[in-house]
Ligand binder design. Structure first.
Ligand SMILES: Nc1ncnc2c1ncn2[C@@H]1O[C@H](COP(=O)(O)OP(=O)(O)OP(=O)(O)O)[C@@H](O)[C@H]1O
Ligand SMILES: [Mg+2]
Length: 234
């Protein structure tokens, strides 16, 4: 396998008797932006877990800069420069925004972005001294992204980053991801089509655990077959 940035080859994932992913290939470059979409149960979260190395696929290989990462312990994956934002809230409500970011940096061996730059990227510079508990839902999610990237990773993976957000927060999150993407590669799984449209990213469509389409979102959105699987007409 060549040492491209992130490469998934012939990925298959089976849980017991259930084949959740089959024969998926994906290759992305440094500072690339990728969206993964597909109907409920298509295997998007499972594929993201395979891409982060958290899940070892039952078939195929995922390599980050030429190194196979399937099943590596989380701290080793983090040390390679891969960050993942989880859905479960992990911010400390009694700490301020800036203190939360400081906690996230503890133990980080990597070169770090200056605090102000990090605050600017997540859009919380004016909220630096506000306690976690006082933040709006969207702001909490942005702080979580800030914590995930506090150790300056080169790849960030997000599963439904706009879940529960207002339309304005969703639009702000797309802008935030564009800012981040100037520094690092981002892969986002998302349901909200207005968000994916705002991202305007290279988009991978999964359907029933298989590769269905990949291309610029404008092309994907215009594709009749994609509309069909989304609207459940197949
Ligand atoms: N650990 C697991 N064990 C057994 N089955 C699983 C496991 N994880 C996921 N699945 C199954 O794999 C399929 C795909 O799930 P996955 O969560 O990846 O889909 P998804 O595309 O992220 O869906 P959603 O849009 O609802 O988030 C589902 O049928 C799910 O029940
Ligand atoms: Mg999911």
């Amino acid at each position: 396998m060549s040492s491209s940035f992130l490469r998934a080859e012939k990925i298959g994932m089976r849980f017991g008797g259930l084949q959740v992913l089959s024969d998926i290939d994906l290759e992305i470059g440094e500072r690339s932006l990728t969206a993964i979409i597909g109907p409920n149960g298509a295997g998007k979260s499972t594929f993201l877990n395979v891409l982060t190395g958290v899940l070892r696929p039952t078939e195929g290989v995922v390599a980050f800069r030429g190194q196979a990462i399937g099943g590596l312990p989380l701290h080793r994956i983090a040390r390679l420069g891969i960050a993942r934002k989880f859905q479960i809230p992990s911010i400390f409500s009694s700490l301020t925004v800036v203190e939360n970011l400081q906690v996230a940096r503890w133990g980080s061996a990597r070169t770090e972005w200056p605090e102000d730059e990090l605050l600017e990227m997540i859009g919380l510079r004016d909220r630096r001294s506000v306690q976690g508990a006082e933040l709006a839902h969207g702001e909490k999610q942005w702080l979580e992204i800030g914590m995930a990237i506090a150790s300056s990773p080169t790849l960030l993976l997000l599963d439904e980053p706009t879940a529960g957000m207002t339309p304005q927060e969703t639009a702000d999150t797309a802008a935030l991801i564009h800012r981040l993407n100037k520094k690092l590669a981002v892969i986002a799984v998302e349901h909200d089509i207005s968000f994916v449209r705002a991202l305007g990213a290279d988009t991978l469509v999964l359907h029933q655990g298989r590769f269905f389409r990949q291309g610029p979102f404008a092309e994907i959105e215009a594709d009749e077959a994609v509309r069909d699987v989304y609207l459940g007409r197949r």
